[in-house]
Ligand binder design. Structure first.
Ligand code: OMP
Length: 238
């Protein structure tokens, strides 16, 4: 993204006041805000506005995964939220990815706003090799991520979501203009939790991640602003 700070903080809460308050406190300490399913289900489009009105890039993470017609209709609503980035699942298939990308661009053009970057989730960072195999993804996680990245790129997605472990291989495959959104970010001083494929912010950035999605290392910290500052310093080699 254009911001020099690649960190999008995941405001994973159902509480509008908490999200807006955290966002206000973190202004200037992160590059953007991510609001996901748990928040959207609780707060709807008005709740999204409570954060987007602060003027920072908004990442609307709904991980759409359905038939192309349904995803296209939902994506038009996402474009109306003036999202900078939004997610679909690559495993929804070629036609679904194409429908999502086309709908985002078409609706944004109608509104005269910039279209959201449509990024396709490959293999969730909460899955390890065994977990991915249990879902039916054969082969290595890396091969699956590369295959889904090619499917996403060939069908008009602006980028993908992958773990930091796959970033350099996907960058080599997809080129410099393809946006790599990377959760599974864990500073050395934070808990891993349910994430399986993790790396530190500085390592992930050095490998070529464009956007670092970070939730609990900031949100669960005793002082979220200090945690965001510590991450920013680490990204600048401090
Ligand atoms: O699409 C995402 O943002 C996403 C994809 C993925 O594979 N893994 C993943 O953790 N995420 C999101 O990234 C955030 C990570 O949060 P923390 O694990 O608390 O840093 C959450 O909001 C997840 O929904």
């Amino acid at each position: 993204m254009s911001s020099s700070n690649p960190v999008f903080v995941a405001l994973d809460t159902t509480d509008r006041g908490k999200a807006a308050d955290l966002a206000r406190r973190l202004l200037g300490h992160v590059g953007g805000f991510k609001l996901g399913l748990e928040y959207f289900v609780a707060q709807g489009p008005e709740g999204m506005a409570a954060v987007s009105e602060l003027g920072m890039p908004l990442f609307v993470d709904l991980k759409l995964h359905d038939i192309p017609n349904t995803v296209a209709a939902a994506m038009r609503g996402v474009a109306r939220l003036k999202a900078a980035i939004t997610t679909i699942h690559a495993s929804g298939g070629a036609a679904m990815i194409r429908a999502a990308a086309d709908a985002a661009r078409d609706e944004a053009a109608k509104l005269g706003v910039a279209p959201p970057k449509v990024v396709a989730v490959t293999i969730l960072t909460s899955l390890d090799q065994a977990g991915a195999e249990a879902v039916g993804f054969g082969g290595s996680v890396l091969d699956q991520v590369k295959r889904l990245a090619a499917l996403a790129q060939d069908n008009g997605a602006d980028g993908i979501v992958c773990s930091p472990l796959e970033v350099d291989a996907v960058r080599a495959q997809c080129g410099p203009g393809f946006t790599l959104v990377v959760p599974g970010i864990r500073p050395a001083w934070s808990e891993t939790g349910d994430q399986k494929r993790v790396m530190t912010p500085a390592e992930a950035k050095a490998r070529g991640a464009d956007v670092l999605v970070i939730g609990r290392p900031i949100l669960a910290a005793a002082d979220p602003v200090a945690a965001a500052g510590r991450i920013r310093d680490e990204l600048h080699g401090g």
